[in-house]
Design a protein around this ligand. Structure first.
Ligand code: ADP
Length: 173
């Protein structure tokens, strides 16, 4: 059982064992939350991501990988590639978005992290409707909540903008 918290803020400033990045398939850092995380972590993060892609290739949509935190005071960063909303049928986008959260939770558990902070993956440039994303993510988090999580105790949903905050407060409480 983990508890779910919704807060507003900058994910690079949250005190947690790990943060999740809304990465792209090339892992090369972009705008939005991805850019903020790469800037705060420093060039060591870009180097680690480039090395991962050299060894494993691109990270597919819905999948996750992890790196150290660089200058961000966390134990690790989990990079998840959210769906570009218009590239899939809506149901498939829902499934891929849930896969990001689910796979990140499972990876955090295997790394023995006690807390994990998520941004609102895909709701920026990737165009996922914010109300729909909040419903899909919160329904997944509620469904998985009662599974046997030995390490993960806190799931923190970090909303940057007021619109997401309102939707998450409604769907996740
Ligand atoms: P995507 O490409 O997955 O849509 P974006 O970074 O464009 O990713 O947007 C995802 C969400 O991240 C948006 O809702 C945006 O408001 C939010 N965001 C942007 N900067 C930050 C930040 N520093 N901390 C937390 N969330 C952020």
């Amino acid at each position: 059982m983990y508890q779910i918290e919704t807060i507003q803020g900058d994910i690079t400033k949250v005190r947690t064992d790990c943060i999740v990045n809304a990465a792209n398939t090339w892992l090369h850092g972009g705008g939005g939350v991805d850019g903020a995380i790469h800037r705060a972590a420093g060039p060591v993060l870009g180097d680690a991501c480039a090395e991962y892609v050299r060894e494993h290739g691109l990270l597919p949509t819905g999948q996750v990988m992890h790196t150290g935190g660089g200058h961000i005071p966390v134990k690790g960063i989990i990079h998840a590639v959210g769906p570009v909303y218009r590239e899939h049928l809506p149901d498939e986008s829902d499934r891929l978005l849930q896969a990001c959260y689910r796979n990140a939770l499972v990876l955090a558990e295997s790394l023995q992290y006690g807390s994990i902070a998520f941004p609102n993956i895909s709701t920026g440039v990737y165009g996922f409707p914010k109300d729909r994303a909040a419903e899909v993510v919160c329904s997944g988090l509620h469904t998985w909540q009662t599974e046997n999580w030995t390490f993960v105790r806190r799931v923190i949903l970090v909303c940057f903008d007021d619109v997401n905050l309102a939707f998450y407060q409604k769907s996740c409480s």
